[in-house]
Ligand binder design. Structure first.
Ligand SMILES: NC(=O)c1ccc[n+]([C@@H]2O[C@H](COP(=O)([O-])OP(=O)(O)OC[C@H]3O[C@@H](n4cnc5c(N)ncnc54)[C@H](O)[C@@H]3O)[C@@H](O)[C@H]2O)c1
Length: 379
C-alpha cells in the first residue's frame, strides 16, 4: 500500500481554499500545514481547516512534511519552488511555473539532481474532458490534426479578484495567467510545439477594480499586454491560432478550442475546468456529442454542480509518480515547455518575429481508469 504524503502549502490566498477542500478526494495526500508571508493569512486559512499555521521557514524545516505546494503569486514562484527543492521536498507549483525559461530550466535541473519530483498546475487536462478528448484523438476519430483555433477571451480580472494588481504585471496577463491551461491542454492533445509568432497590445493603460475588497474603486496599472494573437506551429505539423485577451466584453466563441483534422472536427471543452462536453464530427457530418461526466474526474462537483474541479489531482499524480518511480503527468518538463511557449509568444510579439523554441517535451501519459482508481483508493 502506498504511503500518505504529508504536505505543506506556501501561500494562503484565494486558491489555497480549493486545494484544502479537495485534498481529501485523494487519500495519498494530506495537507498538514499552511505558511504565508502574512502570518494572519496563514493562521486564518489553517484555522478554517484545522491544520497547523507555520512560518515559511518552519514549514520548510519540518521533517514530517515531504511535499510542498507553492500557491504564492507568480513573481515568487521560482524562488519559493527553489527553496522547497533545496529543503529536500517534492515541489508542486501553481501556474505559471516560473517567469523565465532560464529559471524553469534551473528548477527542472535542481529536482533531477536531488531525485525529487517537480510539478506544476494546471492539472485540468487530467480531467474527464481533457482525457476523453485525448482518447478520441488517439483513436483517430478526427484523423490527423491539421489546424485549430483557441480563444481565451473575456473582460477581467478586476471584477472578481480582490487583489488583481498582479494579473496586469509581467508574469500575469492572459498568456501567462490563463495560457498555461490552454497550452497544457494542447500539449496533451497534440504534443510539443516547435515555433511561435504573435502580435500583442494593451487594451487599456489602467483597470478599475470593481471586486469587493479594500481596492474597490481604485485603479491598478497595466504593465503587460492584455490582447495577444499568436500562431502555434506544432512538431506534429498542426498549426493552431490563439487569441488571448482580457479586453473583450462579449463574444460568440462558445468553444474555446476547435481542432480540424483530416477526417473531421472536434470541439474541445474549456480546459479551465476538468469536465465538459466534447462534440466531434466525421467529415462534414452532424456532431456526435460525448458527455464526459462519467469519465474519471469529469463529474461536476463545484459551484453548486456547475463545474468539475479536482485541483490536487496533479499533486496526487505527482506523489503516485514518486511512489512508483515514474514521470508525473503535470511535470516540470511539461510546465517548462508550456512556459517556453508562452514567454516566446510575448517575445515574438515584442520583436515582430518567429521564435523556434529551445525546449520540447513528451506528451504526458494518458490517465487511465486504473490510474484514477489508484489515486482515489483509501490508504
Ligand atoms: N485565485 C484563483 O482562482 C486561482 C486559480 C488558479 C490558479 N491560481 C494561481 O494561484 C496563485 C495564487 O493565486 P491567489 O489567487 O491565491 O493569489 P492571492 O494573492 O490571493 O494569494 C497569494 C498568497 O501568497 C502569499 N505570498 C506571496 N509571496 C509569498 C512568498 N514569497 N512566501 C510566502 N507567501 C507568499 C501572499 O501573502 C498571499 O497570501 C497564482 O499563481 C494564481 O495564478 C489562482
Amino acid at each position: 500500500m502506498s504511503k500518505i504524503h504529508q504536505i505543506g502549502l506556501i501561500g494562503a490566498g484565494n486558491i489555497s481554499e480549493a486545494y484544502l477542500k479537495l485534498a481529501p478526494l485523494f487519500p495519498g495526500t494530506k495537507i498538514v500545514a499552511v505558511a504565508d508571508l502574512s502570518a494572519e493569512a496563514a493562521k486564518a486559512r489553517a484555522g478554517q481547516f484545522g491544520v497547523r499555521a507555520l512560518t515559511v521557514d518552519e514549514l520548510l524545516k519540518d521533517s514530517e512534511i515531504d511535499t510542498v505546494i507553492n500557491l504564492t503569486i507568480p513573481s515568487a514562484h521560482y524562488e519559493v519552488s527553489n527553496a522547497i527543492l533545496s529543503a529536500g521536498k517534492h515541489a508542486y507549483s501553481e501556474k505559471p511555473f516560473a517567469l523565465s525559461v532560464e529559471d524553469g530550466k534551473k528548477l527542472v535541473a535542481e529536482a533531477d539532481a536531488r531525485g525529487l519530483k517537480l510539478g506544476s498546475a494546471p492539472d485540468t487536462f487530467l480531467g474527464g474532458g481533457g482525457q476523453t478528448a485525448r482518447k478520441l484523438i488517439d483513436d483517430g476519430k478526427i484523423g490527423r490534426v491539421i489546424a485549430g483555433t483557441m480563444h481565451v477571451i473575456s473582460r477581467g480580472m478586476e471584477m472578481w479578484h480582490p487583489n488583481p494588481g498582479f494579473f496586469f504585471q509581467p508574469g500575469g496577463g492572459p498568456i501567462l495567467d490563463l495560457g498555461p491551461y490552454y497550452i497544457a491542454a494542447l500539449v496533451n492533445l497534440l504534443g510539443p510545439i516547435k515555433a511561435v509568432t504573435a502580435v500583442a497590445s494593451k487594451g487599456f493603460e489602467e483597470r478599475l477594480v470593481t471586486a469587493e475588497g479594500p481596492l474597490k474603486g481604485k485603479t491598478v496599472p497595466v504593465g503587460t499586454p492584455t490582447t495577444i494573437n499568436a500562431i502555434l506551429n506544432f512538431a506534429s505539423g498542426a498549426q493552431v491560432t490563439l487569441t488571448a485577451s482580457w479586453d473583450v466584453w462579449k463574444h460568440g466563441h462558445v468553444n474555446p478550442i476547435e481542432l480540424y483534422g483530416s477526417d473531421g472536427t472536434m470541439l474541445v471543452p474549456d480546459p479551465n475546468f476538468f469536465g465538459g462536453k466534447i462534440r466531434y464530427s466525421k467529415e462534414g457530418g452532424d456532431y456526435i456529442e460525448v458527455d464526459t461526466s462519467d469519465a474519471p474526474f469529469g463529474k461536476s462537483n463545484w459551484q453548486d454542480g456547475k463545474h468539475a474541479n479536482y485541483r490536487m489531482l496533479g499533486v496526487a499524480d505527482l506523489l503516485d509518480a514518486a511512489d512508483h518511480g515514474r514521470e508525473p503527468r503535470c511535470s516540470g518538463r511539461v510546465a517548462l515547455h508550456a512556459l517556453d511557449v508562452m514567454v516566446s509568444i510575448l517575445q515574438a510579439a515584442a520583436e515582430s518575429r518567429v521564435i523556434t523554441l529551445s525546449t520540447t517535451t513528451e506528451r504526458p501519459a494518458p490517465l487511465t481508469a486504473a490510474d484514477a482508481e489508484r489515486l482515489t483508493a483509501p490508504r
